[in-house]
Write a protein that binds this ligand. Structure first.
Ligand code: AMP
Length: 495
C-alpha cells in the first residue's frame, strides 16, 4: 500500500483546517466550503450519537445526489455507523427485501432542509414521524471521532444485472486506497470540479465523493441524467472531470456541441464494454481524455489505464492492475494463466470488499488466499494490460456449447446504425438455450444487421431474433438490465 489510510472525516478535518474557504460540495442549491461541510458533519454526528447510534449501527440511507445526502453520509461515517445505501427511488423495505438473504435494518436516515439549513430525518422501526435533527443547532456534545478506516462503513448492493442482489460490505479504507492509487493515473488536479451524476449507492458514484474529500477537489452533485441537461451543467459549473459508463458518454457525445463540453478534461470510463470506434468518437466529440477503469461493487478498483498514455494504449484493454492490488488470471483447470491466456480475473488487496453480508456468499467468492474471484474472464498481455473477454457466468449454453453474449454484442455494435445491444439466452426445448438480442438501431433494415452479423459470427452464435427498442432498460448504475431485457424479449415473442 502506497500511503497510510485514514477515515474520510480525518481527511475532511485536515482539509477544513488548511483550506477552510475552498468550495467542496455543490448542487443546485449552491456550494458549501470545507469549513461549512465539517461544521455540519460535526453537529450531525453529535446529534446522531446522542440519539443512540453507535459504531457498527446499520442505518438505511436513500442515496440521493444532493449535498445534504452527502452530509448525512459523512455524519454516519464520523461516528462509525454503517450506511446501507439504497436507490432513493425505492422504498427502503422493498430495496432490502430484494437482497438475498433479506436484510432487516430498522433505522432509516434521510437528508432534508436546504443547503444552508440541512436537516437529518431519523426514523426507527417504522414508529411514525421521523425525528428532525437540524444541523445548524448549536450546543450539542461532539461525538467521539471514529478512527478505524478498516471497519464496515457501507453496504451497497450489486447491480442486480445478473439476478438477485447481494449486499456488499465496504470499509472507508477500501474507498480511500482506491483514490490514493488512482490519483497519479487519473490526471487529477486541485482545481478540478467533478460531476457527481452517478448514483451514490454505486461504487463508481461513491468514488467521486471520496475523490473530493481525499484529493481535495470540488464535487457538483446532480440527479440529472439527460445528456442535454448534463452538458448544460458542465458548461455552467465549468466541470473538468466525471465518471461514467459508456452509454452516458455516448449519449453526451451525440448531443455535444463543442462549447458545452469545453471545460471537460478527463473522465473515467468503466462499468461496461465499449468499442474502439465508440472510444474515439467520445474523445473527439467531447474533446476530453478517457481513462478506462475496471472495477466492481466487490472491489472498487481492479485495473486502470493512465491518462498520460496515448489513445491507442488507453484503448487497448482496461489498463494494468492497480499498484496496491495483486491480480491474477486463473484458468479453468485452476492453474495461473500465462500472458495472453484467458481465465477468471482474481484480485486481492486493500480495495477488496470486507465480504458479503452473507458469509456463505463471501466464502464462495473469496478464496483462502484472499483473492476475490470476480466472475469476469480476461487475459493479461505481455505488457501487463488486462483485457476483459466476457463473464464466466454470463454464458448461453446452446446444445452444450458455451456462447459469450459479449462477443455477440460486440458483433452487433460493429453493424452500422446499432447504438446499443444486449444479448440474453432464452430457454429452448431442443437446444437448451438460444441467444436473443435487443438493440437500439437507427437504420431502417434489421435484416441488414442480421446479414452483417453472419459475416462476423458462426451460425450457432447468430441471435434467433432481434428486438428493436428505443432504449435498453438500464440498471441504476447505467448498465443494460439483462433480466428486464429477457422479459421484454419474452413478451415480444409471445405477442
Ligand atoms: P457492478 O458491481 O455493478 O459495478 O458491476 C461490475 C461488473 O461490470 C464487472 O464485474 C464487469 O463485468 C463489468 N465491468 C466493470 N468495468 C468494466 C469495463 N471497464 N469493461 C467491461 N466491463 C466492465
Amino acid at each position: 500500500m502506497s500511503a497510510a489510510i485514514h477515515t474520510l472525516c480525518w481527511y475532511l478535518h485536515n482539509l477544513a483546517l488548511e483550506k477552510p474557504c475552498l468550495p467542496l460540495l455543490g448542487d443546485r442549491g449552491g456550494w458549501l466550503t470545507t469549513e461549512q461541510v465539517e461544521g455540519f458533519v460535526e453537529t450531525g454526528a453529535g446529534l446522531l450519537y446522542a440519539s443512540g447510534l453507535r459504531p457498527g449501527s446499520l442505518v438505511v440511507l436513500p442515496a440521493g445526489r444532493t449535498v445534504n445526502t452527502v452530509l448525512a453520509l459523512l455524519c454516519l461515517q464520523r461516528i462509525g455507523a454503517v450506511a446501507v445505501l439504497i436507490d432513493p427511488r425505492e422504498e427502503p423495505e422493498r430495496a432490502l427485501a430484494a437482497c438475498v438473504p433479506v436484510l432487516s435494518v430498522p433505522v432509516c436516515l434521510e437528508a432534508g432542509g436546504d443547503i444552508l439549513r440541512p436537516t437529518l430525518l431519523l426514523t426507527r422501526g417504522g414508529d411514525g414521524a421521523p425525528l428532525r435533527l437540524p444541523l445548524v443547532s448549536s450546543g450539542c456534545t461532539p461525538a467521539p471521532l471514529y478512527d478505524d478506516p478498516n471497519a464496515p462503513a457501507f453496504y451497497i448492493f450489486t447491480s442486480g444485472s445478473s439476478g438477485r442482489k447481494k449486499a456488499v460490505i465496504l470499509s472507508q479504507g477500501n474507498l480511500v486506497s482506491n483514490l490514493l492509487d488512482s490519483a497519479p493515473l487519473g490526471g487529477y488536479s486541485e482545481d478540478d470540479i467533478a460531476l457527481g451524476a452517478l448514483p451514490l449507492d454505486h461504487v463508481f458514484g461513491l468514488a467521486l465523493l471520496t475523490g473530493a474529500v481525499v484529493l481535495r477537489h470540488r464535487l457538483y452533485l446532480t440527479a440529472a441524467s439527460a445528456p442535454e441537461e448534463l452538458l448544460q451543467i458542465i458548461a455552467r459549473e465549468k466541470i473538468t472531470r466525471m465518471n461514467g459508463v459508456p452509454s452516458l458518454y455516448l449519449a453526451m457525445a451525440k448531443k455535444a456541441w463543442a462549447d458545452e463540453a469545453r471545460t471537460l478534461r478527463v473522465g473515467y470510463i468503466g462499468g461496461a464494454p465499449w468499442t474502439a470506434e465508440q472510444f474515439q468518437h467520445i474523445e473527439s466529440a467531447l474533446g476530453m481524455t478517457l481513462v478506462p477503469v475496471y472495477g466492481m461493487s466487490e472491489c472498487i478498483g481492479i485495473s486502470c489505464a493512465s491518462y498520460r498514455s496515448s489513445q491507442a494504449a488507453r484503448m487497448a484493454g482496461v489498463g494494468p492492475f492497480y499498484p496496491a492490488n495483486r491480480g491474477k488470471i486463473v484458468r479453468e483447470d485452476g492453474a495461473e494463466a500465462l500472458p495472453g491466456e484467458e481465465g477468471e480475473v482474481c484480485v486481492c488487496g486493500p480495495m477488496r470488499m470486507l465480504g458479503y453480508h452473507d458469509p456463505e456468499q463471501s466464502a464462495q467468492a473469496i478464496d483462502t488466499d484472499g483473492f476475490l474471484h470476480t466472475g469476469d474472464l480476461g487475459c493479461v498481455d505481455a505488457s501487463g494490460v488486462l483485457h476483459l473477454t466476457g463473464r464466466k457466468k454470463d454464458i448461453i449454453i446452446r446444445n452444450g456449447v458455451n456462447l459469450s453474449p459479449r462477443r455477440i454484442e460486440e458483433a452487433l455494435l460493429a453493424q452500422p446504425g446499432v447504438r446499443a445491444a444486449a444479448v440474453v439466452g432464452l430457454p429452448d426445448k431442443v437446444y437448451g438455450e438460444l441467444p436473443w438480442a435487443a438493440v437500439v438501431y437507427v437504420g431502417n433494415s434489421l435484416s441488414r444487421v442480421m446479414d452483417g452479423l453472419s459475416e462476423y459470427l458462426p451460425k450457432n452464435e447468430l441471435p434467433e431474433g432481434i428486438l428493436r427498442l428505443d432504449a435498453l432498460p438500464m440498471t441504476g448504475s447505467g448498465k443494460p438490465d439483462k433480466p428486464a431485457v429477457k422479459e421484454l424479449i419474452q413478451q415480444w415473442r409471445k405477442a
